[in-house]
Design a protein around this ligand. Structure first.
Ligand code: IDP
Ligand code: MG
Length: 144
């Protein structure tokens, strides 16, 4: 199929814990090995305003302060990946939010664990719907 409906994009972030662990390349490798296309890749530091906007759905939750602080603690690898059903596909590659329970074979299941800190460190972010993806890509890559 070559119609526009077959093309979808998602925003992936290798979070600072993932970059610190040296897993940026591994995450890109898994996205490419699964067959998705990289559209944009940028290593950058996110400022607080961007992160608060990015996590707007979690505003008011007790972990949002520690989450924004953790996300600003070092560089993030921001990635736009493309392919039919890539939003669901990357969520499947990432695994469950809780890295203790994430299934081995997933990024979080293979490389993540609990550290007993106020925010769950789970290495990657992936948009949770096509609507979230459009909103998040516009935030992180306004030029795309
Ligand atoms: P997701 O990243 O799997 O989509 P969300 O529920 O959107 O999970 O939460 C965003 C991020 O906030 C998570 O990836 C994790 O880092 C953190 N987080 C989510 N729930 C909790 C919690 O209950 N305690 C601490 N941190 C959390
Ligand atoms: Mg989410």
């Amino acid at each position: 199929m070559t119609d526009a409906s077959s093309t979808q994009r998602t925003l992936v972030l290798v979070k600072p814990d993932g970059v610190r662990r040296g897993l940026a390349g591994e995450v890109l490798r898994r996205i490419e090995a699964k067959g998705y296309t990289l559209v944009a890749v940028e290593l950058r530091r996110a400022d607080e305003a961007l992160l608060v906007e990015h996590y707007a759905e979690h505003a008011g939750k007790p972990f949002v302060g520690p989450l924004v602080e953790m996300m600003a603690s070092g560089p993030v690898l921001a990635v736009v990946a493309e392919g039919h059903r890539v939003v669901e596909g990357f969520r499947s590659l990432a695994g469950a939010t809780d890295p203790t329970l994430a299934v081995p074979g997933t990024i979080r299941g293979d490389f993540g664990r609990a550290w007993g800190r106020p925010v769950i460190e789970n290495l990657v972010h992936g948009s949770d719907s096509p609507e979230s993806a459009a909103r998040e890509i516009a935030l992180w890559f306004p030029g795309l």
